[in-house]
Write a protein that binds this ligand. Structure first.
Ligand code: FE
Length: 348
């Protein structure tokens, strides 16, 4: 396995940085032309982003990859000596966990504040959303009318008893959605919704969002909860069987209280002990640029975060929906309550 290499690289980086003296407030560290990126995203298209950033700024990007929880644990273990400059992951709930562990620092940047809508970033500037995804419904168009699934309430209604496919409760996507419902409706109504979802499950939760869409295509269930980009990938990807499924399984954008679909982000922030803080901010500002938002949307099929950046193909065909304006920073603090509610209802 390649597990050891990044660890040695990190130790080496830490030694180099400590040899420079006080990290963080010296030009010596920043003139190194480096930014250490801890990222839970690993897409080829992201590599292209970092190459473009290096071309434009001369700053080299060192990537340390892992899932969000692994990277969080690693930054905690490294403590003050962590070489992490920037942390990037999907889901505002996952960003909140890192923020809540004290591993991110506030950033004030007019560029970031202008590029990213206020509801898609932490009010204190500890993280910023660079792309959006909606958590919505894929439905079997032979068995479901779009009007039957245009609200979140309907996902949990008796109309769909035994007809819903959904992934497990420990998925941060589901925790953020239930967190948003608690925020919008209060705990009692959110609990009723969760209980309705469990009653509607066609099978115990298994697999990821794409598996739920495929299960609708196979007739296992009539509706499935999914993030928007998974559906768009099936619809526009190389797999002919997946593309065929999306000719029969369509995407619905339920509205929450008439204000639009539940939206989440991918984003990042500056690490609490970033040795290359100025470079870290420059990387965030690049990720917030129209160029970077467009590249991410084209290749990962998320939506640009900014309303001023048009969604490119193939995402543009699915971009005409109303997004709920709730601040995504509301989701994280509700996670524990959401998980307790889901577990109590039997959502595994
Ligand atoms: Fe995902």
């Amino acid at each position: 396995m390649t597990h050891r290499l990044p660890v040695f690289a990190a130790i080496a980086a830490a030694l180099v940085l400590s040899a420079c003296g006080q990290s963080g407030d010296t030009n010596a560290a920043e003139e190194g032309g480096v930014v250490n990126l801890y990222t839970a995203r690993h897409y080829d298209s992201d590599l292209m982003l970092y190459e473009r950033f290096t071309e434009q700024t001369g700053i080299r990007v060192n990537r340390i990859e892992g899932n969000a929880d692994q990277l969080l644990a690693r930054m905690q273990a490294e403590g003050d000596a962590s070489p992490a400059d920037v942390f990037v992951t999907a889901d505002a709930g996952a960003l909140w966990r890192v923020q809540n562990a004290g591993l991110l620092q506030p950033v004030q940047s007019e560029t970031l504040n202008a590029a990213i809508p206020a509801n898609l970033r932490d009010p204190e500037g500890r993280w910023f959303g660079f792309s959006r995804r909606a958590r919505i419904v894929a439905y079997d168009q032979a068995r479901v009318q779009p009007a039957e699934i245009d609200t979140y309430e309907e996902i949990a209604s008796p109309r769909f008893r035994g007809q819903l496919c959904v992934r497990s409760a420990d998925s941060v996507y589901n925790l953020s959605l239930v967190g948003a419902l608690i925020e919008a409706w209060g705990p009692d109504r959110a609990r009723q919704w969760v209980e309705g979802v469990v009653a509607n499950m066609a099978r115990p939760p298994e697999g990821g969002d794409r598996d739920q869409i495929r299960a609708v295509g196979a007739g296992v269930c009539q509706i499935a909860l999914t993030n928007s980009y998974y559906y768009i990938r099936l619809a526009s990807g190389d797999d002919a069987a997946d593309r065929e499924i999306t000719t029969r399984v369509k995407l619905a954008f339920p509205s929450l209280d008439g204000q639009g679909a539940h939206v989440n982000i991918s984003g990042g922030g500056v690490a609490a002990n970033a040795p290359n803080r100025a470079n870290a901010i420059r990387l965030l500002e690049y990720l917030a640029s129209a160029e970077a938002q467009t590249l991410v949307s084209q290749h990962n099929n998320e939506y640009p975060a900014s309303p001023n950046v048009p969604a490119p193909a193939p995402v543009d065909a699915y971009a005409d929906f109303q997004a709920h304006p709730m601040p995504v920073s509301a989701y994280g603090p509700r996670q524990a309550e959401a998980l307790a509610m889901m577990s109590a209802a039997g959502w595994r």
